[in-house]
Design a protein around this ligand. Structure first.
Ligand code: THU
Length: 137
């Protein structure tokens, strides 16, 4: 799959950030990178807990970090799962959170390595999205 250079670079940033993952239980590191309107990037990693259900995925960590710094608009999302043998797409909970802040057409790139990158979109990951009318964003 041919991936635009800006998304490839975003993926490389996600891959680099995966080194910071806190994943002592699963040993499955994940890095996420969000492209902002001004070209800057916000990253996130999975942060696990010995009470397993408290784990926060990399995608949500990145989104929450961005929102915490005042940013709520995103141009693209990249996810790197270097410990997997195939590209791992966002979990269901993350898809819901992604849909809160990203329009249907926003590109999402994910892969365990550059060679297996997949590019999709928010609407493909989360079809039949609903309830946006409950907020005013
Ligand atoms: N994980 C993510 O951070 N993002 C994904 O897209 C898939 C799953 C994390 C959660 C947990 O720390 C580990 O990967 C194994 O599920």
């Amino acid at each position: 799959m041919e991936i635009a250079i800006e998304y490839l670079n975003l993926y490389r940033t996600a891959l680099k950030s995966a080194e910071l993952a806190y994943a002592p239980y699963s040993k499955f590191r994940v890095g996420a990178a969000l492209l902002l309107a001004d070209g800057s990037v916000v990253t996130g990693v999975n942060v696990e807990n010995r009470s397993f259900g408290l784990t926060n995925c990399a995608e949500r960590s990145a989104i929450y970090a961005a929102v915490s710094s005042g940013v709520k608009e995103f141009k693209a999302l990249a996810i790197a799962t270097p410990d997997a043998e195939y590209p791992v797409s966002p979990c269901g909970a993350c898809r819901q959170v992604i849909s809160e802040f990203m329009d249907d057409s926003v590109p999402v790139v994910f892969g365990n390595s550059e060679k297996t990158l997949i590019q999709t979109s928010v609407s493909k990951l989360f079809p039949f999205d609903a309830l946006h009318e409950l907020s005013e964003h």
